[in-house]
Write a protein that binds this ligand. Structure first.
Ligand SMILES: [Zn+2]
Length: 230
């Protein structure tokens, strides 16, 4: 087998491996994106829980305030019942009105806080549901990816031995050029001449280059794209 043909075999096997690996990467990336989306949802829960705890603490404080002012209302009512003088009666009546107003204001605040708490609870519940859904989607995808990539992984594994064999039989100088170009060019490092043009970049090459390729004695690179012409 000619040196260039052995290199073509290296290229064929390396190209297949790289194709399978890129399929594996594509699947892995999809999985990573699903995981990131799931983690984002989980992270959203923490600030909601913090606000919920704050809201509940404010609600407890307001409930205490309502109870306190309520006691004052009851006490003032009693005093009012027992009042004997008109001036005392008027003063207590005004005081009672102030306490009742105060109570109504606190109760209104409390109501707003309770509404906010309800809203946060529903957000939290909704988020938990979405997180669960994202988690089960992720698990499903993971199972799929594992199932789908196992074949590719097996293929890659089965090609590694033949690739090594092919490399062992290939001229070191050719391999060096191949290894340098393969990461950027892929499986078209070795190309054929198509009449007077390079089979990779399709630009014209000189007659001297064509002659050298046909002589087959040395490694000939395309002057434009550096591919190996064979
Ligand atoms: Zn070229």
């Amino acid at each position: 087998m000619e040196s260039i043909d052995r290199l073509r075999e290296v290229q064929r096997l390396a190209g297949k491996i790289s194709l399978y690996n890129s399929e594996i990467d594509k699947h892995d990336n999809k999985l990573k994106m699903a995981e990131a989306a799931m983690e984002e949802l989980v992270a959203e829960a923490s600030p909601i829980e913090t606000r919920l705890a704050q809201g509940m603490s404010i609600a407890r404080k307001l409930e205490l305030e309502v109870a306190e002012v309520d006691e004052k209302v009851i006490k003032t009512r009693k005093q009012l019942d027992q009042a004997t003088q008109a001036s005392e009666f008027t003063g207590l009546k005004q005081q009672l009105a102030r306490f009742e107003q105060e109570k109504a204001a606190i109760e209104e605040n409390l109501m707003l806080v309770l509404e906010k708490i309800e809203e946060l609870r529903s957000q939290s519940k909704d988020l938990a549901e979405r997180s669960d859904q994202a988690r089960s989607q992720f698990e499903e995808l993971r199972a799929d990816v594992e199932k789908n990539t196992v074949e590719y992984r097996d293929e890659v594994q089965s090609l590694e031995g033949p690739l090594q064999l092919a490399r062992d039989g290939t001229d070191a100088e050719l391999l060096e050029v191949f290894d340098r170009l393969f990461p950027s060019i892929g499986a078209t490092v070795v190309v054929s001449l198509e009449d007077h043009t390079c089979g990779g970049c399709h630009l014209n090459v000189s007659s001297q280059v064509v002659e050298k390729v046909h002589a087959g004695a040395v490694v000939v690179n395309c002057p434009s794209c550096s591919r190996i012409l064979g």
